[in-house]
Design a protein around this ligand. Structure first.
Ligand SMILES: Cc1cc2nc3c(=O)[nH]c(=O)nc-3n(C[C@H](O)[C@H](O)[C@H](O)COP(=O)(O)OP(=O)(O)OC[C@H]3O[C@@H](n4cnc5c(N)ncnc54)[C@H](O)[C@@H]3O)c2cc1C
Ligand code: FES
Length: 260
């Protein structure tokens, strides 16, 4: 398992309660697959999983996170020159898309891994982007996507930026006007369930799933969620090792819908 110490070379605060740390990591920047994550040591017993938010040509990778508890608060206090102990890259990321249009759908702190997907594939696949958050303050990375020349549809729950409502509105319109194509999404579980339901069985739909984690490498079973086996029967899948990116058909959605 690749354990390494990575030096913080930039500390950004892109939004209130959100921090992005840029780390010097040339090999990771060249090799990582969008959707893979770093399992980062923080004081206490468990590491914290954070998706990579960017990979730059000058050999940096980003971790963009919302400060929600002790682990992310400690990470938010890291400064240029500090070193992070990380296991990375972990998990299975998004597959290279098939030919044809791609729609990226990101919600809240599910947006960052989709930016790595856009960096990798927007030049070779017609790419549309839908980003959503509860409020304008929590909608991160829109300017990064724009800098790649992509058109964005933005939604916020309170209408403070873009269209008032959920990402499912622009998603439904894209599905109605686009023949074929494929959808890549990351966000809260109810959002992923709604995306899977709207996209249905006809088009590829790949989802980056978030779950509390322990080891991060498939050994402790802390992260299991119900999935669908090859025979169509329920089976447990490990988010850290079998995912975090899954085909929507591989996950068992009953009970996950909630509010998208
Ligand atoms: C594969 C993966 C990739 C992730 N990528 C990112 C990312 O790019 N940016 C980001 O901001 N966050 C990301 N997360 C979530 C991040 O790991 C948690 O927010 C973090 O571990 C919280 O640690 P803490 O000690 O600050 O908070 P804790 O004290 O552990 O928890 C604070 C609150 O956050 C909730 N929480 C903690 N972990 C999770 C989780 N995994 N899913 C849902 N709720 C959780 C807890 O239930 C609690 O309410 C990712 C999670 C996974 C599994
Ligand atoms: S976190 Fe240990 S098996 Fe996934």
């Amino acid at each position: 398992m690749p354990q390494c110490e990575l030096r913080v070379v930039e500390h950004r605060e892109p939004a209130p309660e959100h921090v992005e740390l840029l780390l010097e990591a040339p090999r990771l920047a060249a090799d990582l697959t969008p959707g893979q994550f770093a399992h980062v040591w923080t004081p206490g017993s468990l590491r914290r999983p954070i998706s990579f938010s960017r990979a730059t040509p000058d050999g940096r990778v980003g971790l963009l996170f919302r400060v929600v508890g002790a682990g992310t608060r400690w990470l938010a206090e890291r400064r240029v020159g500090d070193r992070l102990d990380v296991l990375a890259p972990l998990g299975k990321g998004f597959p290279t898309p098939e030919a044809g249009p791609v729609l990226l759908v990101g919600g809240g702190v599910g947006i960052p891994p989709l930016f790595v997907a856009a960096q990798r594939w927007a030049a070779t696949h017609p790419t549309d982007v839908v980003l959503g958050a509860r409020t304008a303050d929590a909608l991160v990375m829109a300017d990064d996507f724009r800098a790649l020349g992509l058109d964005l549809s933005l939604t916020t729950d309170d209408g403070s930026l873009g269209e008032r409502g959920r990402v499912t509105g622009p998603l439904a319109r894209w599905l109605a006007r686009t023949d074929g194509g494929q959808v890549w999404a990351c966000g809260p579980t109810p959002m992923l369930a709604a995306v899977a339901q709207l996209v249905g069985e006809e088009r590829p739909c790949w989802l980056a799933y978030e779950q509390r984690m322990g080891c991060g490498v498939g050994a402790c079973l802390a992260c299991v969620v119900p999935g669908v086996g090859g025979d169509g029967q329920p089976e447990w899948v490990r988010v850290c090792h079998d995912g975090p990116v899954f085909s929507s058909r591989r996950l068992w959605w009953a009970g996950a819908e909630g509010e998208a």
